[in-house]
Design a protein around this ligand. Structure first.
Ligand code: MN
Length: 406
């Protein structure tokens, strides 16, 4: 079974006020051609289709038109799209019954029967070229759900065990259906412990890490979304992979941006993984590569040249706050050269970093999670460490707020 794994499209994202529709369209066009060339048995999109829960009509149209083009480019592929933490689970599903008619499965939320019990069959999708064909494999599609909001399958499963029970039960059911030992792919949008989160912008929504073992071991390939840096994880349970963003969502995302091509011959075999790079017509540049004082950084921008339209972030070494004109100068200089200026990334000299109590810049603040901020405030005012149960309480409160926002 050949699958293409992608996630974290973040359609509709703007970068420091700059519209990115052109780049997002360029990615979708490349994906159409990749799917046309590869003719995969399945295409899986593991969440964060949109950047916000309220994408504009232009962006929704962009998504719909390209999903249709993908469908037409590979008419026999099974296409599965799950919601990420950025998507509105219910809005993503508005047109799901229409899409299902064309072999495209949109799984925004956990499905329930009329009596309120979870409809598990909805999350197990046989991969087949036509509705009449014998399956070539199975996809278990789990959208983003906060751990405490998983349904209670037995009537007496404690809240903190429901996520694990949900994942494992789906795999047990799939196993019973899978008498021919066909490949099994599990989709999830979450953070697993031990994943490399370098460059992942926490302001995009942090999540507690989950031990990969709690997700079960009934899959051959775990198609993950959420962490933006591509990586394959060694796991005692099967091969797990974050395919990463196809186009960078922030300046700190390192490495190549791609979609993953995965081939699995049979159940309980190791998948073969390749990456197909995605070209971004408007790359993100950090100038200079190592931070320098503002005048030298501006000089680096003056000397910079590229044929692409480019996003510019200035990497500046500064002990304190910069002259307010610096932003204006950098912005004007970028505009003259036809580039899109984003922001000045202030880095402190090593000696200054020892002192934890310096004032934070906006960027430094954005990188902190609400729990970090609460901890800093507590430790600053109380002169003692934040107790563990307080941390848990703040995390719970933060989850509740995120739930409400969704
Ligand atoms: Mn994401």
């Amino acid at each position: 079974m050949k699958i293409i794994h992608t996630s974290d499209w973040h359609l509709g994202q703007t970068l420091y006020g700059h519209d990115r529709t052109e780049e997002q369209t360029a990615f979708l066009n490349q994906l159409v051609e990749i799917v046309r060339k590869e003719q995969p048995d399945a295409l899986v999109v593991s969440g964060d289709i949109f950047h916000t829960s309220t994408p504009s009509s232009t962006i929704q149209k962009l998504y719909t038109e390209h999903l249709l083009r993908i469908r037409q480019a590979a008419p026999t592929s099974t296409i599965v799209v799950t919601a990420g933490n950025h998507d509105s689970a219910s809005k993503l599903e508005i047109t799901s019954s229409l899409w299902q008619h064309f072999g495209v499965y949109i799984i925004g939320q956990i499905h329930r029967n009329t009596d309120g019990t979870a409809d598990l069959s909805h999350h197990i999708i046989p991969v087949r070229p036509t509705p009449e064909s014998a399956p070539k494999g199975f996809i278990i599609a789990v959208p983003h759900v906060y751990p405490y909001n998983f349904p209670d399958l037995t009537g007496d499963t404690p809240r903190e065990q429901r996520q694990e029970a949900f994942f494992k039960t789906l795999q047990t059911i799939t196993d019973q259906l899978n008498s021919d030992n066909l490949p099994v792919v599990l989709m999830a949008h979450l953070t697993v412990t031990g994943s490399d989160q370098t460059g992942h912008d926490l302001s995009l929504g942090g999540m507690d890490s989950i031990d990969i073992r709690t997700l079960g071991n009934g899959y051959d390939y775990l198609a993950l979304g959420h962490i933006h840096g591509q990586q394959t994880l060694s796991s005692p349970c099967g091969t797990a992979r974050y395919c990463g963003t196809p186009i960078p969502v922030s300046f700190d995302e390192k490495g190549i941006h791609s979609v993953s091509l995965v081939e699995i011959t049979a159940h309980h075999t190791h998948p073969k993984i390749q990456t197909i790079p995605i070209q971004n017509p408007c790359p993100l540049h950090t100038l200079p590569t190592t931070p320098l004082p503002i005048e030298e950084a501006l000089e680096a921008l003056r000397n910079f040249s590229t044929t692409d339209t480019a996003y510019i972030r200035l990497n500046v070494l500064a002990e304190n706050f910069l002259n307010p004109n610096a932003q204006e100068q950098a912005s004007e200089l970028s505009r003259q050269k036809g580039y899109r200026f984003c922001y000045i990334h202030i880095q402190r000299p090593e000696s200054k970093l020892q002192n934890q109590h310096h004032a934070l810049t906006v960027q430094e603040l954005r990188k902190k999670s609400p729990v970090d901020i609460a901890r800093m405030y507590y430790e600053d005012t109380q002169n003692t460490n934040l107790p563990e149960d307080f941390t848990t309480m703040i995390q719970e409160a933060w989850h509740q707020i995120q739930e409400e926002n969704n």
